[in-house]
Ligand binder design. Structure first.
Ligand SMILES: [Zn+2]
Length: 331
């Protein structure tokens, strides 16, 4: 039987300390097929948050989400240390700047790589003016830190249901976090992007936080979760875009779906009387998975608080838009 090699210890939900690209790469790590590459941005306090997945096997190599332009030097250094001369495929979970902003820069150095993204992303990668504008408006100074977004030659970009790599990498379009979001299944790994929100590996158990910035549409999110269910089972590991892995993908899906529904319910009940800070405090009380926030270090708490506010704002806007829609259709 084939045994899958991954840079994380199977069976536990914590990270190998040596995973950081800063440290030396041990022989053991060189043998691992799937590797997480940290793309830390200390300037933003983003440590163990943005990352790429690198696969090197007998079939060839692929990279999932190259990250923003500012961390491309870290990525190149890691690829060099892992002796990756050629990348066969670069797979994108979505085209947000922290996942794909550096693609144009990377493709200049790995020009043989073929790119896979959602059909809605193709024109924006080839002509990124709208992407730049959108990122600037939504992220402000953070977008500046992420760096410029260079165009990608359109002929390199492919829209596929299955990537012809090994026995095939299944591509599943999963709108929700973004309309141009997709997930990938390869061997016993499920590359979730942000379908299950953000994850932080913790010793005490699963930590998840919904990633629902504006424009969040609950129905799309739930439909995507239903769509991927048949690909998941207890033996499949989730590889998150943010961050790390969790075993038992089926269990993770159930937790993420319950959490999303809970957040929408709680925010719907309280949004008119409570401010965002109070909403987060209620969520910390009622959501046992989000409650592990209290065990995070201060820097991670600050980051998670910021993104929780974004997610809550996305949910509030969704609820209000839905109310408006009901009012106009009832007239
Ligand atoms: Zn995103």
């Amino acid at each position: 039987m084939y045994t899958y090699k991954i840079a994380h210890d199977p069976g536990i939900n914590t990270l190998n300390k040596n995973q950081n690209t800063i440290g030396p790469i041990s022989l053991n790590m060189m043998e691992q097929e799937l590797q997480l590459i940290d793309l830390d941005i200390p300037e933003l306090g983003y440590l163990k948050f943005i990352s790429s997945w690198l696969y090197r096997g007998s079939e060839g190599t692929f990279l999932m989400d190259p990250g923003p332009t500012c961390t491309i030097p870290i990525l190149l250094k890691a690829l060099d240390r892992y002796q990756v001369k050629d990348l066969d495929w670069i797979l994108l979970t979505h085209i947000h700047q922290d996942h794909a902003g550096g693609l144009g820069d990377l493709i200049g150095k790995y020009s043989n790589a073929k790119i896979v993204c959602h059909e809605k992303g193709v024109k924006h990668l080839a002509e990124p003016s709208k992407l730049r504008e959108g990122s600037k408006t939504i992220l402000g100074d953070v977008s500046k830190v992420y760096g410029n977004i260079l165009p990608v030659p359109g002929k390199k970009i492919h829209v596929l249901d299955e990537v012809p790599f090994g026995d095939g990498i299944k591509v599943i379009t999963t709108p929700g976090h973004a309309s141009h979001h997709q997930c990938y299944v390869f061997k016993n790994w499920f590359f979730a992007g942000e379908l299950f929100g953000a994850h932080i590996p913790m010793k005490s158990g699963l930590y998840l936080r919904p990633a629902t910035p504006h424009r969040f549409i609950l129905e799309d999110y739930l439909a995507s979760m239903a769509k991927i269910e048949k690909y998941l089972d207890p033996k499949t590991t989730v590889c998150f875009a943010h961050y790390g892995t969790a075993n038992n993908s089926k269990h993770v899906l159930i937790c993420a779906r319950d959490q999303l529904k809970l957040w929408v319910k709680i925010i719907r009940e309280h949004k008119d009387k409570k401010n965002t800070q109070e909403l987060i405090e209620i969520l910390l009380e009622v959501d046992p998975i989000f409650r592990r926030y209290k065990e995070l270090d201060l820097q991670m708490q600050k980051r998670e608080w910021h993104f929780s506010v974004n997610s809550i704002m996305g949910i509030i806007k969704y609820i209000e838009e839905k109310k408006m829609l009901c009012k106009t259709t009832n007239k």
